[in-house]
Design a protein around this ligand. Structure first.
Ligand code: CTP
Length: 391
């Protein structure tokens, strides 16, 4: 169970509540380390927080050497409470000009925030827009509460009470249903060489697969990502592969301890029979490539004597339900997530997507939204079916 909470405190009068928050978190068994911005130290002293957390308090990016990376790795969850409008903007745009913002950029832990500010600032269009962007990145926003404010106004902008925040974190920890589970995800396209300078591939960007891997990690799983060539980066343990054959070998080498296998990769179905050793010359009117089928990775996995819970993806241009259902049965999948490609702003190479998920006796449509939000929703469905199957 997650227990290392990195508490970020920024410069708001609500920082006085942070002392109580540290006390309540430690009482509930969490280990708390506090990182303060310079502005926060105007409202509450580091000594107070150090005494209550029984841990050093971190203030300065330049005095701490590589501590920002160590803290980023140490944290199971980051909570910034209170977070000011200014720090929300920093977080939105990925600034890294102080210790806390640098840690937020360097961590793979879920980041949560509890805003505290004047109600007008909370309702400002730019704050709303920033919060919307943070939500799309799966950053959880706790509160703010409505009530009387330190500035004398009444409205939304009060930081949640320390006990409420403890509850929020406990819910989050308990919502890590994949703790102790191993999840293997494939992502991106594969490349099948024609000659030393040319290959056959497809439009997959890898975004959906990376989002799925990330969502599984946020839900507590140990994740291995097997990725074809993409322009994406991730902090998750990743094995880069090139061709369908490489991907197959890597998946099979890592499948034995896998509880859930999610095959998001757009694996090439065919490869050139011959990979020509020297660059092909333009010396004929027509050129015919002879292709042979690649091995189906999913089918290979589901035919193991003890296959993991297996989820496939299907990208179709037409007849979605029919094809998806057929793949569910023929590949012996527990679940398949299907999407129509080549229409509007969905599918290959786009930020957004929508999915229809099928399993043996049901299906559900997940509406058009960012691939990050979609991955979170998809994981919730996978978890439900996985636990039903393993009851
Ligand atoms: N897949 C795989 N190995 C392959 C081809 C596909 O594991 N050699 C997986 C994909 O990762 C995906 C699912 O199978 O999860 C469906 O892939 P898709 O390309 O939609 O279907 P195909 O089985 O290749 O059928 P078709 O191309 O005819 O639609």
């Amino acid at each position: 169970m997650s227990s290392n909470i990195l508490l970020g405190i920024t410069g708001s009068i609500a920082a006085y509540k942070s002392a109580d928050l540290v006390r309540n978190l430690t009482k509930q068994g969490f280990t708390v380390r506090v990182v303060m911005t310079q502005a926060a130290t105007k409202f509450i002293t580091p000594l107070t927080l150090q005494t209550l957390s029984n841990q050093p308090v971190y203030l300065d990016l330049f005095e701490t050497g590589m501590e920002h990376i160590n803290l980023a790795r140490w944290a199971d969850i980051i909570l910034i409470a209170p977070i000011t409008a200014d720090f929300i903007t920093k977080l939105t745009y990925g600034n890294a000009d102080d210790l806390l913002s640098t840690i937020c950029l360097a961590t793979t832990a879920p980041v949560t925030i509890a805003p505290a500010m004047n109600q007008q600032m909370w309702n400002a269009t730019i704050t709303r827009e920033n919060c919307q962007k943070l939500r799309q990145r799966n950053i959880k926003i706790f509160g703010p509460a409505i009530g009387s404010q330190a500035c004398g106004e009444i409205g939304a902008g009060r930081m949640l009470e320390p006990l409420e925040l403890v509850q929020c974190l406990q819910n989050l920890v308990l919502k890590q249903p994949l703790q102790g589970k191993q999840v293997l995800v494939t992502a991106g396209p594969t490349r099948e060489d024609i000659d030393p300078v040319r290959f056959i591939s497809n439009r997959s960007s890898g975004r959906m697969g990376y989002a799925v891997a990330n969502a599984a990690a946020i839900k507590g799983a140990s994740v291995i990502l097997v990725s074809g060539p993409t322009a994406l980066t991730t902090e998750l343990p990743t094995i880069s592969v090139y061709s369908a054959k490489d991907m197959l070998e890597t998946v099979m080498a890592n499948i034995s301890n896998t509880d859930i296998f999610i095959s998001v990769a757009a694996v090439a179905d065919y490869r050139p029979v011959q990979q020509i050793k020297q660059k092909l010359k333009k010396d004929s009117e027509q050129l015919q490539l002879v292709l042979e089928p690649t091995e189906d990775i999913l089918a290979k996995v589901t035919n193991l004597s003890k296959p993991p819970f297996t989820v496939g993806f299907a990208a179709e241009t037409n007849d979605l339900d029919n094809y998806a259902h057929k793949k569910l049965i023929t590949k012996k999948l527990d679940m398949i997530a299907a999407n129509l490609v080549g229409i509007d702003d969905s599918g290959f190479d786009s930020i957004n997507n929508k999915l229809k998920v099928f399993w043996n006796d049901g299906n559900i449509e997940l509406p058009h939204c960012s691939k990050i939000e979609l991955a979170d929703k998809l994981l919730d469905i996978i978890i439900k079916r996985f636990f039903v199957k393993n009851l």
